[in-house]
Design a protein around this ligand. Sequence first.
Ligand code: GNR
Ligand code: NI
Length: 179
Amino acid sequence: MAKLPILIAPDPTLKTAARPVETVDDRVRQLLDDMLETMYDAPGIGLAGPQVGALERVVVIDAAEKGAPPQPHKLVNPEIIWHGEELATHEEGCLSLPDIFAEISRPGHVRLRYLDENGAEQILDADGLLATVVQHEIDHLNGVLFVDHLSNLKRNMLMKKLSKQMQKSGKPRYAAATA
Ligand code: GNR
Ligand code: NI
């Protein structure tokens, strides 16, 4: 197991679509384990390949309530095959957009097809927070961040806030950014 560095926006990798996994082998299983460790450590309730620099369609999620037993999901090549008509609104955050939050509306119920860590096809029905996180993670696989669902005005405002925060934090990638 290893903790992986998480990319922070605006990193071009986060805007790039990820390629499907061809074979679920030991390398992919190791990546999924490392991603779960990274997610729990962060802490977060989801993490997608591109966030750790892997442009592959892999996702880990654990949206179990606090105090409940852990419910890790490892999803390879996840695809939404159905979504309900009703929208649900949740406040979203993202490990690649630290301390940025916004309310986002998405289908409240989705059905997913994916490969598990043994390469077997599975179906997952998700509602509530899990449905939100599944859609947030599949967006990452397509180079989409939750702020991309907002108006340009709101997104620009939040990205400016992030840039200021990162400069203040002294993270080397941001030290040279213009004020
Ligand atoms: O940890 C996370 N919490 C969260 C809260 C509401 C909606 C989506 C998320 S996912 C996020 C972790 C993350 O950035 N996954 O890509
Ligand atoms: Ni995210």
